[in-house]
Design a protein. Structure first.
Length: 372
């Protein structure tokens, strides 16, 4: 039984991963359900082959919901384990309380929320989280059967963010995505029908939330300084208001297309059509969109702060540079000089070896139904 705030696709990687993982586990014969703090828009649940139990509405950013603990107590006993997605919200505390009462273990997936980058970038929010750490979150992690990190780097960084340190058992479970369809032409056409000016044009793709931590402003500034012979497509929901408006001001007069959030065939078509994906993040515990790009054989240009950057470097499936303006210029320059068909083959090899969701689903099944 997975516990998460809601299934809004604008929440990015955690929601995408949970939906894809649930579908694979069901195909493997695992009984799966999702319990959410909030009500969900019916559109969020389309084509989702899993039961969703809604406790909403919840209140404030914490997601307090007076019905959550009772509903979890009612349904949890019919599952072998609970999986808590994310930190700092009420569903984690509910899992701690209910697990102790009925004897069903729970696991926690932090999804990068213990990274010290947030402490440096949002000091006031960090103080609030530090208080909640002492009051509850530390106990939530220590009560878990395992805390599941997506990379060794994420697990290492998590140790120094809050005090006193939490003592918990942890495991590494790299995320994954489904294989790309065998015939991608219908997907490309779905994307290009909506954005016909990109047909027969080379373009780099930024795909993610328009948030300062993603570093998209540096990418746009690099495009403005270099004026390379390539377009940039910026695809993602505006979750930070003024930041998105600043991006559009920086992009004036440049061959940059803002698509808004892409979903379904249009999103897959963008990944299949792009010459390369660019993810210049200042913090990325995994980078699910990188794995999605690799599944299409699309090279990835990433910052060194993306935790799976070493895979890109070792497979020569793209390029890696610093999360600075100079680093973004370097990524574009390297790709213009050395990107090609060989790199697309390397990208696909990298995906097949490390990021196929079938592997991730088997690993997680063994952890949950094995010794944890």
């Amino acid at each position: 039984l997975h516990l998460i705030r809601n299934l809004d696709p604008e929440q990015g990687g955690p929601v995408t991963f949970l939906k894809q993982l649930s579908a694979v586990h069901i195909a493997m014969g695992v009984r799966v359900a999702i319990l959410t703090l909030d009500r969900n828009d019916p559109a969020w649940l389309e084509d989702l082959p899993v039961s969703v139990i809604e406790c909403g509405p919840s209140f404030n950013t914490y997601g307090y919901n007076p019905r959550m603990q009772g509903k979890l107590t009612e349904v949890a006993g019919s599952f072998r384990a609970l999986v808590v997605h994310g930190l700092w919200q009420f569903h984690g505390l509910c899992a701690l309380r209910v697990s102790a009462r009925i004897g069903v273990p729970y696991f926690v997936v932090p999804h990068g929320m213990l990274d010290p980058w947030f402490r440096k970038s949002y000091p006031f929010k960090h103080l609030k989280k530090q208080l909640y750490w002492v009051l509850a979150e530390r106990r939530v992690l220590q009560g878990a059967k395992s805390v599941l990190f997506t990379s060794e780097n994420e697990a290492h960084l998590a140790k120094s963010t809050f005090f006193p340190a939490a003592r918990y058992r942890s495991r590494i479970v790299p995320l994954g995505v489904p294989k790309a369809p065998g015939n991608v032409e219908p997907l490309r056409e779905a994307f290009l029908l909506r954005f016909p000016h990109l047909r027969r044009r080379r373009f780099l793709l930024f795909l993610g939330r328009l948030h300062p931590k993603k570093g998209c402003d540096l990418l746009v500034r690099a495009m403005a300084e270099m004026r390379p012979p390539v377009d940039l497509v910026v695809a993602g929901p505006d979750v930070a208001g003024e930041y998105a408006r600043r991006l559009k001001r920086l992009a004036e007069g440049l061959p940059i297309t803002f698509t808004g959030m892409l979903q379904g065939d249009e999103k897959l078509g963008a990944l299949a059509s792009a010459d390369a994906l660019v993810l210049p993040s200042h913090q990325e515990n995994f980078g699910l969109v990188v794995a999605e790009a690799l599944s299409f054989g699309t090279p990835a240009l990433v910052s060194e702060k993306v935790s799976i950057a070493e895979y890109i470097r070792s497979f020569e499936a793209g390029f890696v540079a610093s999360d600075t303006l100079a680093g973004n210029r370097q990524l574009i320059e390297q790709w213009l000089g050395k990107g090609g068909i060989g790199m697309r083959t390397a990208a696909l090899n990298c995906f097949q070896k490390h990021f196929d969701i079938e592997y991730c689903a088997r690993e997680l099944r063994e952890i949950i139904f094995g010794d944890g």
